[in-house]
Design a protein around this ligand. Sequence first.
Ligand code: RB5
Length: 146
Amino acid sequence: MKVILTSDHGGVNLRKEIADLLTELGVAFVDTGCDCEGSVDYPDYGIPAAERVANGEFDRGILICGTGIGMSISANKVPGVRAALVHDVFSAKATREHNDSNILAMGERVIGAGLAREIVQTWIGTEFTAGRHQNRVNKITDYENK
Ligand code: RB5
C-alpha cells in the first residue's frame, strides 16, 4: 500500500506523528508538506493529494488540518475520492468497511496524537466489506460519472 500524507499549517505536528507511525508500521508513504512557518491554504495541499489518490498514484491519502473539515471538503470535490473525516476508532473501521474510503481526514486541534494513531492504524488495516456496500459506493461513482 502506498499512502500520500499532507497537511496545512494547522496539522503539521499531527502529520509528523502520523509519519512516524507509518514508518513504524512499514507502510510506504510520501509526505507532501507543508513545511510552513506561517499560514497556508488547505486546498493547495489537500486537492493535489486527493488527485494523486484518484489517479491511482497512491492507494490512500491521509490529510490533516486544524479541524480536518477543510481537507475533507476539498478532497471530496475530486471525482473518485471518498474522504472520511474521522475522530474515533469506530468510524475509522466503519468507513473502510462500508464506504471504502480512500482518504482519511483528521483535525490536529480536535484529537490527540494517541487517538489519531489508533485511528490511522485501524483505517489502514481494515478492508472494504463490499457486498451490499458495493452497490452504495457504485451509486456515488455513477453520480460522479453522469
Ligand atoms: C486554519 O486556521 C484552519 O482553518 C484549517 O487548518 C482547517 O481547520 C480548515 O478547515
